[in-house]
Design a protein around this ligand. Structure first.
Ligand code: FAD
Length: 302
């Protein structure tokens, strides 16, 4: 049995492991997709204290190296539920393996919000993407759109402007909401067009690949067809905490409600990082949560 099982190998989960290991606890980190989590989608992180600039991938890799060096066990699997047996928690995975731990730290982060349009799921990987860093190169020289107007959308658009023939930003609100610095930089790009007050109504495809969008101009209700072979969706993130709701309270948006030391209402179960209710979702706050959750778990084990 592990002292700590950590669900999610993002900044929060790997930091929790680091603090557990440094305190002599055995730790297993279970990750379903990519060690490093969401930050691996960021080409440039410039707001992590003590580091002028780094790529999200670099940060994820360094954190993984650090916990492996300290003796972490890691597992690629999707956790489907936790069974509370008092001093022992059973962690179930989609793959069928069940892991035993004295404490469980949930650090499952958030996932990309969808537009909710027919055909969207089928076109993911066939025109629709959530990550310009990961997939931008597939659209070299092509016409692409970016849905959203916040920092993630603008960062995606910046990156794509250097790869694609044209980039059209589609924002359903009347104005962009991302940092002014990014807006200014984009306004200087000749191949970037910004459309505000527009909603994507329909996805068009041929031979199972995206060919364009029908967009609705909210001001006058008119619709038009916008040809494009790529659509990068950056309209926010949603938590995936439904499977843990028996152990922890979720707020209306589905985020786990914990105390300031990341304790849930179930003894021995903690929640850290973007998956919990909080105001600021950043690497700095995720790693802080990971440290707090691990220290709370260690204290409760004594
Ligand atoms: C494009 C982009 C750019 C960003 N830029 C910055 C920036 O410049 N600076 C900054 O501070 N922050 C930035 N962020 C935000 C930052 O990445 C997050 O705040 C941070 O990654 C949160 O860490 P986390 O560990 O809580 O969650 P996540 O990073 O989301 O990690 C959670 C992990 O849990 C895994 N997981 C989820 N459910 C399960 C399950 N059931 N079983 C197993 N594994 C599971 C997921 O696969 C994921 O790897 C950016 C985010 C994005 C998307």
């Amino acid at each position: 049995m592990y002292d700590m099982i950590i669900v999610g190998g993002g900044p929060a989960g790997m930091t929790a492991a680091l603090y557990g290991l440094r305190n002599g606890k055995s730790c297993l980190v279970i990750e379903k997709a990519t060690f490093g989590g969401q930050i691996t989608h960021s080409p440039r992180v410039e707001n992590y204290p003590g580091t002028l600039q780094m790529s999200g991938n670099e940060f994820g890799e360094k954190l993984l190296d650090q916990i492996l060096h300290q003796g972490a066990d890691i597992e690629m699997a999707t956790v489907t539920g936790i069974r509370d047996q008092g001093d022992m928690k059973l962690v179930d995975t989609e793959e069928g393996t069940v892991f035993e731990g004295r404490a469980v730290i949930l650090a499952t982060g958030v996932e990309h919000r969808r537009l909710g349009l027919p055909g969207e799921e089928e076109l993911i990987g066939a025109g629709i993407s959530f990550c310009a860093t990961c997939d931008g190169d597939f659209f070299a020289g092509q016409d692409v759109c970016v849905a959203g107007g916040g920092n993630s959308a603008l960062q995606n658009a910046m990156l794509l402007s250097g790869i694609c023939r044209s980039v059209t930003i589609l924002q359903d609100l009347p104005r962009l909401t991302g940092e002014q610095r990014l807006q200014d930089a984009l306004s200087e790009k000749a191949n970037v067009k910004i459309l505000t007050g527009v909603a994507i109504e329909k996805l068009h495809s041929e031979n199972d690949s995206l060919t364009g969008l029908t967009i609705c101009h909210k001001e006058n209700g008119s619709s038009s067809f916008l040809p494009c072979t790529g659509l990068f969706i950056a309209i926010g993130m949603v938590p995936q905490n439904g499977v843990f709701k028996g152990l922890t309270d979720l707020d209306q948006a589905g985020y786990m409600d914990v105390d300031e030391n990341c304790r849930t209402r179930t003894r021995g179960v903690y929640a850290a990082g973007d998956c919990r209710k909080k105001h600021v979702r950043q690497v700095a706050t995720a790693v802080a949560d990971g440290a707090c959750a691990a220290m709370a778990a260690i204290e409760d084990m004594q």
